[in-house]
Design a binder for this molecule. Structure first.
Ligand code: HEM
Length: 113
């Protein structure tokens, strides 16, 4: 995704929708109890922005998710919500496929159960 203000705004909108879907999902909501969601939305938008630009990120995903007991089922649900949220802001099919592959590559850093 190009480094433009428009792309950043779109990404922030998508991330907001993403976490709305996550928090509305009874299978996921418990993981986010007590989490500062405004901060997480900000950090996720920043993380995805740098990841999608092919850059590095200051976030350590292993450390961020350590001890949360996240399993593959939860991971799949989160990814599905991320992709639907991206689709609602008009991201095209080809790009969604790339994104799907990119997040698949992060699974081992997040899943521990
Ligand atoms: C698509 C894969 C995922 C990515 C890219 C991702 C990314 C992130 C990032 C960037 C943060 C912020 C780290 C920080 O502020 O230092 C974070 C925190 C968090 N993530 Fe994820 N995450 C993913 C999957 C999941 C899943 C599957 C769950 C649970 C079902 C989850 C639950 C959480 C929680 C609860 C926090 C907040 C931890 C805290 O502040 O104590 N994440 N994630």
């Amino acid at each position: 995704m190009p480094e433009t203000t428009g792309a950043r705004t779109l990404l922030a909108t998508a991330v907001d929708r993403f976490y709305d879907l996550v928090l509305d999902d009874p299978a996921l909501a418990t993981w986010f109890k007590g989490v500062d969601m405004a901060r997480l939305r900000r950090h996720q938008a920043e993380f995805l922005g740098s990841a999608l630009d092919g850059g590095t990120s200051r976030f350590d995903l292993v450390r961020a998710h350590a001890g949360l007991g996240i399993d593959d089922v939860a991971y799949d649900r989160v990814c599905a919500h991320l992709l639907s949220a991206m689709a609602t802001v008009g991201v095209g099919e080809g790009y969604l496929k790339e994104l799907q592959q990119a997040v698949e590559g992060l699974r081992d850093q997040v899943v521990e159960a």
